[in-house]
Design a protein around this ligand. Structure first.
Ligand code: SF4
Length: 345
């Protein structure tokens, strides 16, 4: 593996269609991107990756409450490690993304640009170590009984990797091996991709436990407006991924991030894409007004759960999928042709 990593030493993370992030943000000109990411509570690991505490890990430990992925698929929120192997690189600049994007920072963030790709097995170990650092904040509460000691101990041994935090994971050239390493470590994986790199998905020898494709627009025009891809052929690439989805044997999901005033419309357009992809699930979910998306969108762009639910019911009628579950708090609905979702643990 080491040799293989060296052989791509000179390949940049941006390969063909992705743009580098930049370093210091307007209004905070002295801060480098790594500093800003650390301030946003990212645990930077290795050369190009990060782990971040999910708010549901906190809720799970302190309130005994679990996220919608627990409700739908059986993921234990306190044992879920949220990470990305591409912390600030992506092929798109979605308006709704919480990530710091190009133009929102000065060009000195090249400090995060990998000079060498990290070994996937090291990445798994570094990610688990970062998760333990995050959890060290709960040690005292576990000792004093404010956090269940058994849950705390379980949390130190994560069972699930959500490869979805930020950035586009298919830019990491060893994604295949990373999935394999997580699986060998006894963990399940949920991989979320924006679908602009079908060639990577096509050649995966190790499938994730569940594969998500983000579809954020029902038409190419809307897509260019909302996702702002770097490459002009990104919509065609996404369509290629949609065609590819049926070839996966793992459960697949089409994630619709719904932004009021932007893409909470054209049910027929979405239905056509879903019928092409035939995913196991469709997850229409509200955009969340968080992170750097607040510089691009307003609070009013966040649909209510009722709006997501009405949208989903209409989509279900058009596709023949059923609404099989929902989470009001997370403003997400689950559609499927299965009577109930597959539990992954
Ligand atoms: S694809 Fe994901 S990481 Fe990339 S800009 Fe869009 S929301 Fe952000």
């Amino acid at each position: 593996m080491k040799d293989r990593l060296k052989s791509v030493h000179s390949r940049t993370v941006h390969g063909s269609s992705c743009n580098p992030a930049s370093p210091s943000i307007k209004g905070s000109a002295e801060q480098t991107l790594p500093e800003l990411l650390r301030r946003q509570k990212y645990q930077l690991v290795g050369n190009h990756s990060a782990v971040k505490k999910c708010r549901w890990l906190h809720k799970s430990l302190t309130e005994g409450r679990a996220c919608y992925k627990s409700r739908f698929y059986g993921i234990e929120s306190h044992r879920c490690l949220q990470m990305t192997p591409s912390v600030n690189w992506c092929t798109q600049r979605c308006l709704y993304c919480w990530r710091i994007q190009d133009g929102e920072a000065q060009p000195s963030s090249s400090g995060l640009k990998p000079s060498e790709w990290d070994d996937p097995s090291e990445l798994v170990e570094l990610s688990k170590a970062a998760q333990r650092r995050i959890l060290s904040g709960y040690k005292g509460q576990a000792a004093s009984g404010n956090v269940d000691l058994g849950h705390y101990r379980e949390a130190l041994e994560p069972k699930h990797a959500a490869i979805s935090l930020t950035g586009e994971p298919t830019l990491y050239p060893y994604l295949d091996d990373l999935l394999g390493e997580f699986h060998r470590a006894g963990m399940t994986t949920f991989l979320v991709t924006n679908g602009t790199r079908p060639e990577v998905l096509k050649h995966l020898s190790e499938e994730p436990t569940q594969l998500y494709i983000s579809v954020s627009a029902p038409s190419p025009e809307r897509y260019m407006e909302i996702c702002r891809p770097y490459s002009p052929d990104s919509w065609q690439r996404l369509m290629e991924t949609i065609e590819l989805l049926r070839s996966f044997s793992c459960p697949t999901a089409v994630r619709l991030t719904l932004v009021k005033g932007l893409n909470l419309q054209d049910h027929e357009g979405y239905a056509r894409l879903i019928l092409k992809a035939e995913p196991t699930y469709v997850e229409p979910k509200s955009y969340m007004y968080v992170g750097y998306s607040r510089r691009r969108l307003g609070f009013e762009n966040m649909p209510t759960h009722l709006e997501v639910s009405e949208f989903s019911t209409r989509l279900a009628r058009l596709t023949g999928y059923d609404v099989i579950d929902e989470s009001t708090e997370s403003r997400v609905v689950l559609l499927s042709r299965l009577g109930k979702p597959i539990r992954v643990t």
